[in-house]
Design a protein around this ligand. Sequence first.
Ligand SMILES: N[C@@H](CCC(=O)N[C@@H](CS)C(=O)NCC(=O)O)C(=O)O
Length: 226
Amino acid sequence: MASISQETPGISSTSARLKLYSFWRSSCAWRVRIALNLKGLPYEYKAVNLRQGEQFSEEFTKLNPIHFVPTLVDGDIIVADSLAILLYLEDKFPGHPLLPDDLQSKAISLQAAVLIGSNIQPLQNMGVLNLIQEKLGPKEHQAWPKHFIEKGFTALEKLLKDVAGKYSVGDKLTLADIFLVPQVYNARSYNVDMSKFPTLNRIDQALAELPEFQAAVPERQPDAKA
Ligand SMILES: N[C@@H](CCC(=O)N[C@@H](CS)C(=O)NCC(=O)O)C(=O)O
């Protein structure tokens, strides 16, 4: 596993205490990269090459026995799972909040994040798709994720269309935005027609303008195309 310091604009990362175990192409790790950038937290980037099976190494298994990235290490504290990490960061570093105070907006932000994190992404995870390819063939390997992304996005579009402002829930950034961007990227890679989801498409385009989101994209990570 390779280790690289990640600069946040304006903050020196030489003394970064946070370590993020990530893979450039992982949508779940991407969520955490966005949050760290938004909160202005420097971190050490620990690359785990999922395509070479580094998630099964002894070193990584000690950190996360289910063999998934992301995993965050903050001194003696190890947090695995993107939502758990984001809520941990929110508690420990409340500046630049990722959840609104208003209870209804907060509930919708969490609902949107969980819709993606529980009802879309797990059905198109690498291990799942490898198994589908093995059992059902390469055609299903493409059709399966597309089906579940479209089903999830249909619900998400309905959830957000009347509450979206500049971003997913009003005009402030929330967890919903952090989960949305990597999932739209994956949707495009499975040829999902995003014009069927105009609210999601518009928000994704607005978020693409923000430097904290730009710095988190897969292609800009130290292990990109490793
Ligand atoms: N619920 C977990 C899911 C983590 C997850 O599925 N990670 C993927 C990358 S996005 C992974 O590590 N896959 C490796 C594998 O399938 O072997 C989270 O949100 O962090």
